[in-house]
Design a protein around this ligand. Structure first.
Ligand code: GNR
Ligand code: NI
Length: 183
């Protein structure tokens, strides 16, 4: 297992279209293990393989119980425990996105320290393969729906800042360039 470096915008390698996984072998399992290690280390709630320079349609997500329903802990109640919930989505496909949209202030490990509201379908049906190649289908909502759509955008070379107005995106890109020069 290894933590791998995360590519950052405007790296052109993030714009590649990722290829479908064809072999559900040990190499794939090792890639997914590295993806979890890299995501937990960052830390982040999701990661697409292309972010660690592997342009394959592989996504990992762990919302650690930060999914719906989100509620404030009552007075005197202990902090809710963060329960790890690692999920792997291989060759994911989005089906019937809801007309209802939801807005979330998104961030991205490849766009460090930038947060901006993005509007996306509130619910989606997702079809994917697991590490053994078995097929699954599930209705996703809330943070999981937002996160999986953010990750699937990565598989098609799209960053969340691509959903912003050109003015806002250019402001973000300038800020990233400045931060890079200062580093
Ligand atoms: O860690 C992450 N947080 C996040 C917050 C709101 C919407 C999407 C995300 S995904 C992001 C990790 C990442 O960059 N995945 O590609
Ligand atoms: Ni991202």
């Amino acid at each position: 297992m290894a933590i791998r470096p995360i590519l950052e915008a405007p790296d052109p390698r993030l714009k590649r279209i990722s290829a479908p996984v064809e072999r559900f072998d040990d190499e794939l399992k090792s890639l997914v293990a590295d993806m979890f290690e890299t995501m937990y280390d960052a830390p982040g709630i999701g990661l697409a393989a292309v972010q660690i320079d592997v342009p394959l349609r592989v996504v990992v997500v762990d919302l650690q119980d930060r999914g719906e329903p989100l509620h404030e802990p009552a007075e005197g109640e202990p902090e809710p425990e963060r329960v790890p919930n690692p999920r792997v989505f291989i060759n994911p496909e989005l089906l019937d996105p809801s007309e209802e949209l939801s807005v979330y202030a998104e961030g991205c490990l490849s766009v460090p320290e930038i947060y901006a509201d993005v509007e996306r379908p509130a619910r989606v049906r997702l079809r994917w393969h697991d590490l053994d190649g078995a097929r699954h289908e599930e209705e996703l909502a809330g943070m999981m729906a937002t996160c999986i759509q953010h990750e699937m955008d990565h598989l098609d070379g799209i960053l969340f800042i691509d959903h912003l107005s050109r003015l806002k995106r250019n402001m973000v890109l300038k800020k990233l360039e400045k931060a890079r020069k200062a580093a």
